[in-house]
Design a protein around this ligand. Sequence first.
Ligand code: GDP
Ligand code: MG
Length: 169
Amino acid sequence: MPNTKTLVLIKPDGLAKSLTGNVLTQLSETHLQIIGSKIIRVSAELAKKHYEMHRSKPFYNDLIDYITGKLHTRHKVMALVYYGENALEKVRDICGDTNPELADPESIRGKYGRILTSGLFENVVHTSDSIESAEREIKLWFEPHEIIFDIYPSEEKVLKSYKKLVWID
Ligand code: GDP
Ligand code: MG
């Protein structure tokens, strides 16, 4: 089996329910490597790019509100990149079906997910569904220097002028 990489997001319901440890422990059963991780506040722009293929779905607006944290007390997401043999399939198996009611009860979504009376699927995690979507999503959520391996070709570029937030001495 080839080595692959995949993006995992612990969604705002996972953070609001303090499930980070549980999710990471369950994912560690895969014996894959984490090669990038961070906590981020998701902008509407990033959310819309991430879910662009679902633009025409009836649940799209709720999905954008969900991933940007508008529906939960913790307005943030934990983003991780997993790497190793068959990473894509292993992580998708452990995460379980998109619909938490259909997910294997021992999967992350089966254990910790729920469907709200509003119809929202609170399914705790996102994970990429193909090699192509993993590449698109990892490049969207991470910059090359935030990943410890050179997983995709990158180049050094001298930028003419740009603003950057720096610590005050
Ligand atoms: P995933 O790859 O398993 O996350 O599933 P999809 O890519 O098909 O959908 C993206 C996300 O949209 C899911 O994780 C859910 O949060 C949400 N979603 C998908 N299908 C439905 C649905 O039928 N109803 C609702 N309310 N949300 C859905
Ligand atoms: Mg998907």
